[in-house]
Design a protein around this ligand. Structure first.
Ligand code: NAD
Length: 253
């Protein structure tokens, strides 16, 4: 069997209703995994087509990752429906706000941290507990960071968002070190500029960002899904604690 195959594995993707999360969910299903998503909005129709297209099981749960009660309820339902099995977790749910550093209010900052940092951390924690409980030998957690963990987003006021993505990238090796004893690998992925609902409000920026990207093109969500499948699969068995930039070369140029 190919080392990229995820046949027989079960995956959970947060923020999988659309955008990057949906692309990751599709990629994992294409490689053979059953896929559940947690999100606060109903998935776009493309999500419901995944199970027919790839003959895998899919499920959607309405879960707010910034609430521990909601997360715990989501994991209980997921565990019931998927027989307690979990091999892959991709905490992808995230929000962005165009906030000037000097004007960023405490509460709006707290909301960003609640979703982008605490939501990611506690999703990974609950996933790891379930992986340990069901004794998977192929556990892989792929945290979704961003190029915003390396650099400012040009023409955007992004200090609070960049801080949350830096936290995700920084927590990755530390979580990996603690979970290594259970055979669970933890890596992060840092997408570059991707055309999604998150970036849609800034069409002029999408246009100007092209000039900063080595391959001169803003990514579509499907451009970044291979990186996630790679980190989830046995093809990356010797990688843990790493960050993988899938960014068209923007951080190297
Ligand atoms: P998006 O807005 O299209 O999708 C985000 C998804 O997360 C949505 O389905 C949304 O409903 C869900 N979500 C938001 N808050 C949630 C919550 N509290 N609980 C559960 N689900 C929640 O954005 P996207 O561009 O697809 O971003 C997905 C991830 O990728 C984010 O973590 C983002 O920071 C990261 N990212 C995006 C880009 C980009 O250019 N678009 C670049 C790098 C990293």
């Amino acid at each position: 069997m190919s080392r990229f195959s995820l046949n027989g594995r079960t995956a959970l993707v947060t923020g999988g209703a659309r955008g990057c999360g949906l692309a990751f969910a599709e990629g994992l299903a294409e490689a053979g995994a059953d896929v559940a998503i947690f999100d606060v909005i109903d998935p776009v129709p493309a999500f419901f087509e995944i199970s027919n297209t790839y003959s895998v099981k899919t499920a959607y749960y309405n879960v707010d990752v910034s609430s521990i009660t909601s997360l715990q309820k989501g994991f209980t339902s997921f565990k019931r429906d998927f027989g307690g099995k979990l091999d892959i977790c991709v905490p992808c749910a995230g929000i962005n706000r165009n906030l000037a550093f000097l004007d960023t209010g405490f509460e709006e900052h707290q909301k960003l941290v609640g979703v982008n940092v605490m939501g990611v951390y506690h999703t990974a924690q609950l996933a790891a507990k379930l992986m340990i409980e069901n004794g998977t030998k192929k556990g892989s957690i792929v945290l979704v960071a961003s190029i915003a963990s390396y650099m400012a987003i040009r023409s955007q006021m992004s200090s609070a968002y960049c801080g949350t993505k830096g936290a995700v990238r920084a927590m990755c090796p530390a979580i990996a070190a603690e979970l290594n004893q259970y055979g669970i690998r933890v890596n992060s992925i840092s997408p570059g500029y991707v055309r999604t609902e998150m970036t849609a409000p800034f069409p002029h920026l999408l246009e100007s960002w092209k000039d900063e990207i080595m391959n001169r093109r803003v990514a579509e969500p499907e451009d970044i899904r291979g990186g996630c499948v790679f980190l989830a699969s046995d093809a990356s068995l010797y990688m843990t604690g790493q960050d993988l930039c899938v960014d068209g070369g923007v951080t190297k140029w």
